[in-house]
Design a protein around this ligand. Sequence first.
Ligand code: NAD
Length: 513
Amino acid sequence: IRRPPRSTPLYSSAASDVYKRQLQSPADLRVVGNYDCASHEEIKSAMSKSRIAQTKWAEVPLIYRAELMHRVIDVIIENQDHIMNVVMEETGKPIQEAMSMEIFSAIDSLAFYAKRAPKWLRDEKRSMHGPMSFLKKTKVTYKPRGVVAVITPWNGPFILSINPTIQALLAGNSVIIKPSEVTPRSGKLVEDIFLMADAPQDLVQVIIGDGLAGAQLIDEVPDKVSFTGSIATGKKIAKQCSENLIPFSLELGGKDAMIVCSDADIDDAAKGAVIGSCMNAGQYCCGTERIYVVEDVYDEFVEKVVYETKQLNQSSEGFSDIGATFWDKQLDIIEDHVEDAVQKGAHILVGGKRNPSLKGLYFEPTVIINVNHQMKVMTDETFGPVISIMRVKSENEALRLANDSYYGLNGNVWTQNMNKGMNLAKAMETGACSINDMAMSYGVNEAPFGGIKQSGLGSVNGKEGLRSYAHAMPIIIGKKSASSYPYTEKSFKDMKGALKFFWGNKFLRRIWG
Ligand code: NAD
């Protein structure tokens, strides 16, 4: 492949020396390992190897690519305890969430795309319309892009690394993953698992390192960047990709709103609020971060949320409901948001502080009321187990406040009136919305997933997401001679006649169109 000369890198890549980092478990602060950051030379070498692996992989028929995914399922099932242990050591996640978010979702995704990719990515005939139907045929072929760089965050360290990888591989690409420096071992598992499933050498590689390693990977001009992480980094990546016109998708942060209508089932809504805000200790991009409750049902809702929250078990062992905050910087942000809210007049009903009885990084599940949009807890991503509830006069006010945000990832609406629910959901300025359900759209493989506003660009998942890892290349096949020379008075009149025949008649144009 011939590639155009590279423009100057945006990120200073002077520090290409290998350097060591220590990993501490957020559950009990014990050291759980060390890792070396990849040097720029190693990243360059990974890119060369990836290009060679990709060329061979692109030749593999779709059904055999899908077979690899089935072998990966077997390896994950066989090694589920090991995978969960690595993830739990690095994140302090409860075992139930390690199972549901990381193992179960990964297998669900592998099986889903393995079944559909051969259909969704095979050559597709597009039937032609109007006069063109006499002259040409069109086929669309889904060509692999090449090497896909998958850059991922720490909050779903295994699933967010493997899910884009599955889609990119099925589309015929090779993959280099740059997992978060907070959870590198969970990301590395993806490479190990594919090798154990007899994937071709170098088809999936993992580069360990921090933001510099991510930037250096983009310096090597991959053919697509699939990024999941913060808005600030997403913007840097967009800038760097644009230097070389590398296609990219950005899955960024959120500040998801929940609207509770007066006719909602309040028991269900209260439970949905608690799991929506506290799942993964609140470190979920589509976590419920702010709740607007219509005043008729406000007291009942708050009472039930308080009751449900007090039932939650937070511990570093056994079947805990609320795990650790995965890294100390996030804990500082959560504390800052809660303190800011309290200083500005918010009232804490449950929790509100670090858990004093646990050694690790634990923030107590928290319920806050009397909040407003002057407080960070209602405007910026908190990413903690914090349930912030605001009383509103009407559903219209709730909608206005829900849309008063620079984020636009997800949201959820609670009502027993489906028409109203649909109208409110459609009016939410978000990439997706749920009705009577917490925002689980990332886990719904059928649904294309992607934020609007500052929450992202492009989409992953579903048919659209899978196809975004390929270039949809139309191949036009001529049925008649291509030449329309010479241009003559007759050929011009024939064209005028055709115009009148096909489009001049109000009824026929509906048929030919
Ligand atoms: P982050 O942006 O700090 O880091 C994400 C990844 O980018 C890491 O691997 C990091 O090393 C790398 N990186 C940092 N600077 C880079 C650069 N200049 N060039 C290339 N790579 C670079 O995000 P985080 O703190 O790890 O993750 C938390 C954020 O991710 C939250 O905002 C959360 O909402 C968001 N998130 C979004 C989704 C989604 O699907 N929309 C899913 C999960 C998490």
